[in-house]
Design a protein around this ligand. Structure first.
Ligand SMILES: Cc1ncc(COP(=O)(O)O)c(C=O)c1O
Length: 287
């Protein structure tokens, strides 16, 4: 079965999976999710994704209905049953049904795992690079939801849709202080004086799993790196820039607001990190 849904303990083909229309995820966006990628039938950094989910659940007072070990087993079982080697794996947790809007009762919290064939970003983007524009909305680094992958994702979807309408692939968010934050569905890196720079978590960004891998790889490869507040002008003036997320890995960002970044081609450090990331994935997911 290439596409499967695990929902609160049972596995279904997607058309048979059911949940309440009164679920708080649906009513209020009261929940969290993780988007993961499986290679060779194994989810890359599953434990780190589950650690982020658990830490985020604590922050919104959502008691997960399953332990990390149980979640891990459910993800692995669903993936195995799908027989997919290369897959998109999404885990969604909601606070479930019931309670007044302000009551944070989690006794009916609900878990859904969705596994489907991985559909890659257009392969021609990797050698060419992606373009981005500035998002209209801002990341709110003061929000209690800052840094969480919650079901309140509409800012991101609207920004990405607007970017695509403008002929770009991604939208870059500033935070409320006007500093660079992240993209609609990825973390942002620039290279300045051969040093890799990325905004700190306090800039209001998601602590990306891929971002953390890239910082690990910079250390391993001897590439200078630092987390630093970045002004918007630093992006078009950068030598190189790139974006990261679990699905697209390391994507060169070669133009911003219609202007080339650096040479307008993927830079050498970006290419080195792209390769190193692939190597890390191979190492951790080989059968
Ligand atoms: C807003 C945002 N920032 C960053 C990321 C990258 O996170 P990760 O590397 O954990 O996939 C994502 C992933 O979807 C995202 O939605």
């Amino acid at each position: 079965m290439p596409e499967l849904v695990w929902h609160d303990g049972q596995i279904f083909p997607p058309e048979d999976a059911r949940c309440s229309c009164l679920d708080r995820g649906r009513l209020y966006g009261d929940g969290l999710f993780e988007t993961m990628r499986a290679y060779s039938g194994q989810v890359f950094r599953l434990d780190t994704h589950l650690a982020r989910l658990t830490a985020s659940a604590d922050r919104i007072h959502l008691v997960l209905p399953m332990t990390s070990e149980e979640l891990q087993t459910a993800v692995q079982k669903t993936l195995k049953e799908s027989e997919l080697a290369s897959a998109y794996v999404r885990l969604t947790v909601t606070r479930g049904v019931g309670g007044s809007p302000s009551q944070l009762d989690t006794s009916t919290a609900s878990v859904t795992i969705w596994v489907r064939p991985f559909s890659a970003y257009a392969p021609e983007l990797y050698p060419k690079g992606m373009s981005a524009v500035l998002a209209e909305a801002r990341r709110n680094e003061h929000s209690p939801l800052s840094g969480l992958k919650t079901l309140n994702y509409l800012d991101n979807l609207l920004a990405r849709a607007a970017a695509q309408q403008a002929g770009a692939g991604e939208a870059i968010f500033l935070n409320t202080s006007g500093q660079l934050a992240e993209a609609a569905a990825s973390n942002l890196f620039i290279v300045e004086d051969s040093c890799v720079l990325t905004p700190p978590i306090e800039a209001g960004i998601l602590p990306g799993i891929t971002r953390a891998c890239v910082l690990e790889l910079c250390a391993a490869e001897g590439i200078p790196f630092t987390e630093a507040s970045l002004e918007v002008d630093q992006l078009p003036a950068a030598e190189e820039a790139f974006l990261t997320n679990s699905l697209m890995e390391v994507m060169p960002l070669t133009s911003f607001a219609g202007k080339a970044i650096g040479s307008g081609q993927p830079g050498e450090i970006t290419k080195q990190l792209q390769q190193a990331y692939r190597g890390l994935v191979d190492e951790e997911t080989k059968a």
